[in-house]
Design a protein around this ligand. Structure first.
Ligand code: FAD
Ligand code: NAI
Length: 510
């Protein structure tokens, strides 16, 4: 009887928590859909300009108390992109809109004045404290270029694709950094397949068209190769069987192994899984030239001699890491203290750009001694939000103290009370001013390698745990679901996963 009563209570509790959960989510959605009106820019507040809508800038925005500043966000992209799931968009496992969050939605939920300009920053003048911006979108108005003055500036423009000046790369390959890149790849995979299936296509041409080459064995190249092989095994093979035995994926990497930043056992696991999945890996092979149909690479043999290999391809995806954006290069050239920095804006432990006043940098465009990852960029953004919130509170407390000190002589009767108030404010000020420098806390690295397997180097109680396989894949999925920007994104991603599992990926070419 007692057990029965406990069960009944547990059931009631579960029922109430479910109602509370639904009500909480419902209220969140209602609040998002009915934001409070925002105020006009306040001339007494400082103007904080944030460049970029990526991991660094959006993490800053999310936690920033925007009531303290007139905030202006500038980016050619009017949305935040959840990059960890971008490789899944190339094959349609996930639809691109599921991992995008409009910046307007994010800004409308903020208080105070928070504006957005869809534009690219072309240069920053640190002496005049202005950013030059231009409209690079298709539709242009009479005004296409202007200047935005700032009191404080955060540079979070990320990085561009590295090509190392290798001839033919820009003209003939696809990159994998933006939504447009993933859409281009998805279109091109299906174009290759349909062209290979064209009537009377020669066997050599089918061979070339069905050869998908990936250059760069870092996490981007590995995850894309895995997704591509899944797409082929689970969908293309079944729906276009006549050419299925010609499909090949080749991964070319200049270093002796793929995933150089992961632990040795995970590298071995990835390489052996790729072998099982029939993905060809060419390590110690450096691409030197690209044409519209071939990739030319120099491979170093085990005896140290070199040979040139020519790979005919249908699709070429170039994933060889990051390069500095022109706007960042331009800023670096204007600041003498940046002259020795090569990979981006050198920043100090408070993410202040060295040699500049009132300029901070976050993410892939900043050199703070960490890898260019979303994890680092978002922690840096969170840190700057704390720093700026503290700075605003400090200023408010300081002006209160000045005001109260001034009134001490005017209200002799209240001296003791005012002094107590000043003391309290001074105590708060000391606590706020004690901001510790930025410290990155590494939570681990995860990568999907295809066939529902993932690898993970996770930090666990100050130690490192390396895990790989099917369970790690479930961990990978749940980790990324929890990291998605919004509830909307989470629901859409789960829906996409279910949809592609139940009905297969969509093979239509847009
Ligand atoms: P970004 O997120 O790249 O954002 C830069 C922003 O600046 C964009 O909004 C862009 O439009 C804007 N911008 C560009 N030029 C200008 C300009 N001139 N003026 C104004 N704005 C400009 N990291 C992980 O930790 N885990 C992962 O699983 C992971 N997976 C990844 C998968 C892929 C396919 C890729 C490409 C990267 C992945 N990364 C991952 C790395 C991660 O995405 C980056 O480190 C992260 O995006 C860097 O954040 P950021 O804010 O510096 O730049
Ligand atoms: P990367 O810099 O990590 O790897 C690029 C690879 O290309 C290198 O291994 C390099 O040796 C190789 N390469 C360079 N030139 C070459 C050439 N000419 N021929 C053949 N190979 C060549 O770049 P990636 O993968 O784009 O990643 C960029 C950043 O984003 C990294 O910091 C990475 O950790 C992060 N990222 C993290 C992911 C994850 O955690 N799952 C997923 C994707 C990216």
């Amino acid at each position: 009887k007692c057990r029965f009563r406990t069960l009944r209570w547990a059931w009631r509790l579960g029922y109430l928590s479910a109602i509370a959960g639904v009500a909480y989510i419902g209220y969140g959605i209602y609040e998002d859909r009915h934001p409070e009106p925002q105020s006009e820019p306040d001339p007494t507040k400082k103007t904080l300009v944030i460049l970029g809508t990526g991991w660094g800038s959006v993490s800053l925005l999310k936690r920033l108390d925007t009531e303290n500043y007139n905030v202006i966000v500038i980016s050619p992209r009017n949305y935040f992109l959840f990059t960890p799931l971008l490789p899944s968009c190339t094959t349609g496992t996930i639809e691109h809109r599921s991992i995008m969050e409009p910046i307007r939605t994010i800004l409308r939920s903020k208080k105070g004045s928070a504006r957005f300009y869809e534009a690219e920053a072309s240069s920053i003048d640190p002496d005049r404290k202005v950013v030059r911006i231009f409209d690079n979108s298709e539709i242009k108005g009479d005004m296409t270029e202007t200047e935005v003055p700032y009191d404080m500036l955060v540079v979070g423009v990320g990085a561009e694709n590295a090509t190392f000046g290798i001839p033919g790369v820009r003209e003939h390959s696809c990159f994998l950094k933006e939504i447009g890149d993933a859409q281009r790849i998805r279109k091109r995979i299906m174009d290759c397949v349909e062209t290979a299936a064209f009537k009377d296509q020669s066997p050599e041409e089918i061979e070339r068209l069905m050869h998908m080459v990936v250059v760069g064995g870092g996490p981007t190249g590995v995850e894309f190769a895995g997704e591509l092989q899944d797409f082929f095994e689970e969908d293309i093979k079944k729906l276009v069987p006549e050419i299925s035995d010609r499909f090949r994926v080749t991964l070319i990497e200049a270093l002796p192994n793929v995933l150089p930043s992961f632990s040795k056992q995970l590298i071995e696991y990835t390489e052996s899984t790729f072998k099982e999945e029939k993905i060809n890996i060419h390590t110690k092979t450096m691409v030197k030239k690209v044409t519209d149909k071939t990739v030319e690479a120099v491979a170093t043999r085990p005896d140290g001699t070199q040979e040139t290999i020519v790979f005919p391809y249908g699709l070429l995806v170039w994933a060889t890491g990051n390069a500095v954006r022109p706007v960042v290069q331009d800023l670096m050239s204007r600041i003498p203290a940046q002259k020795n920095s090569r990979r981006g804006l050198a920043v100090n432990e408070y993410l202040v750009v060295q040699g500049a006043r009132d300029i901070w940098a976050v993410g892939d465009c900043a050199v703070a001694g960490y890898a260019p990852t979303a994890q680092v960029a978002s922690q840096e953004g969170n840190f700057l939000a704390r720093l700026f919130n503290n700075m605003a509170r400090t200023e408010a407390l300081e002006s209160k103290i000045t005001e109260l000190s001034g009134s001490l002589n005017l209200q002799p009767g209240n001296t003791a009370e005012i002094s107590r108030e000043i003391e309290e404010y001074e105590r708060q000020l000391r606590r706020i001013k004690d901001v510790k420098p930025f410290h990155y806390s590494h939570q681990g690295s995860l990568a999907y390698i295809g066939s529902e397997k993932a690898v993970a180097d996770v930090t666990w109680f100050n130690g490192n745990v390396a895990a790989a396989g099917g369970l790690t894949y479930l961990f990978w999925r749940s980790a990324y679901i929890s990291m998605c920007f919004s509830t909307r994104n989470r629901l859409l991603v789960i829906n996409d996963w279910l949809k592609s599992k139940l009905f297969g990926r969509d093979l239509s070419r847009e």
